[in-house]
Design a protein around this ligand. Structure first.
Ligand code: NAD
Length: 279
């Protein structure tokens, strides 16, 4: 029987745990979300993050800046947030307007407040096994996998996608769990054959319903990170759910799988940052 992994329910549990820990610890974690410009999708994401943070007792604020802001002005704002003792987490919503260098902005955030885990120092710490803030989406995926499978030691994991935000940190987290990890990408030869070796298949590509049943080993666990609009206008993942799910041991749906875990892990990271900074 295939298990449909309920990311919404799991995320709710994570949020409740974060809320409880905040209440018991007496900490007042602070999260500042910086939104530059007025991209409608970004506005929705930022509003959701702000509301979710407030709900668990995080002192959240959103700073809205005009699309024309210069890079230097934005860096000055970030510097002020780095120095603000009440702010434990800083998140700059991406994408930024074209005239701003995203890497420079992300790397200007104090690594200890980088709750998105995108700073080069956090990436380096994660790869070298040091305490790091880990990107929220892969962190959510690994939590779902450990919940579904328990010990991941020795399993073959294939990650499709090599972005700095999802694919690479995902592969690293799987490696830390003692998986044998393959990173596949747009230049991989015979992708279906590579994927068919996987006990754990993580798709983070951005191509609607790309992964088909013949790509998937019988009894594999499939984590679908993709968020796409299908030809019918409906939200769908990178995995053809109807085709693939009967073959799997467990699979995440889209929506309701990985998505809700991303915000839950942002709250977890903000609490983690506050605990470390207030130690
Ligand atoms: P990205 O565009 O940065 O990276 C996509 C990766 O897919 C690249 O590494 C590329 O090599 C690979 N790729 C592209 N075409 C391919 C092909 N035909 N075959 C194999 N590999 C191919 O994207 P990203 O930021 O990593 O996001 C990936 C997907 O995950 C998107 O749909 C995005 O919307 C979604 N996403 C979801 C969440 C969430 O919260 N659920 C968070 C982040 C991203």
């Amino acid at each position: 029987m295939t298990k449909i992994i309920n990311g919404k329910e799991f995320a709710q549990k994570v949020r409740a745990l974060v809320a409880k820990e905040i209440e018991i610890s007496g900490l007042k974690p602070g999260l500042t979300v910086v939104l530059v410009g007025n991209d409608p999708a970004s506005e929705v994401y930022v509003r959701n993050k702000d509301a979710a943070a407030k709900e668990v007792g995080i002192n959240a604020q959103t700073i809205k800046l005009p699309a024309e802001i210069s890079q230097a002005e934005l860096l000055t704002k970030i510097d002020a947030l780095n120095k603000d003792k009440k702010v434990h987490g800083i998140l700059v919503q991406l994408p930024l307007p074209k005239h701003i260098d995203e890497k420079a902005v992300i790397n200007a955030i104090s690594p200890d407040k980088d709750v998105d885990g995108f700073h080069v120092i956090n990436a380096g710490r994660a790869v070298t096994g040091q305490d790091a803030l880990v990107p929220c989406t892969p962190l959510g995926c690994i939590m779902l996998l450990k919940d579904a499978l328990g010990d991941l030691t020795g399993l073959n994991a294939v990650v499709i996608g090599r972005s700095n935000i999802v694919g690479k940190p995902m592969a690293n987290l799987l490696l830390n769990e003692n998986c044998t990890v393959t990173i596949a990408h747009s230049k991989t030869k015979d992708l279906p054959k590579v994927c068919a070796q996987a006990d754990i298949l993580v798709a983070a590509v951005g191509k609607p319903k790309m992964v088909k049943a013949n790509w998937v080993k019988e009894g594999a666990v499939v984590i679908d990170v993709g968020i796409n609009r299908g030809p019918d206008g409906k939200l769908c993942g990178d995995v053809d759910f109807e085709d693939v799910s009967p073959k799997t041991k467990a699979i995440t749906p889209v929506p309701g799988g990985v998505g809700p875990m991303t915000i839950a892990c942002l709250l977890k990271n903000t609490l983690e940052a506050a605990k470390r900074l207030e130690k």
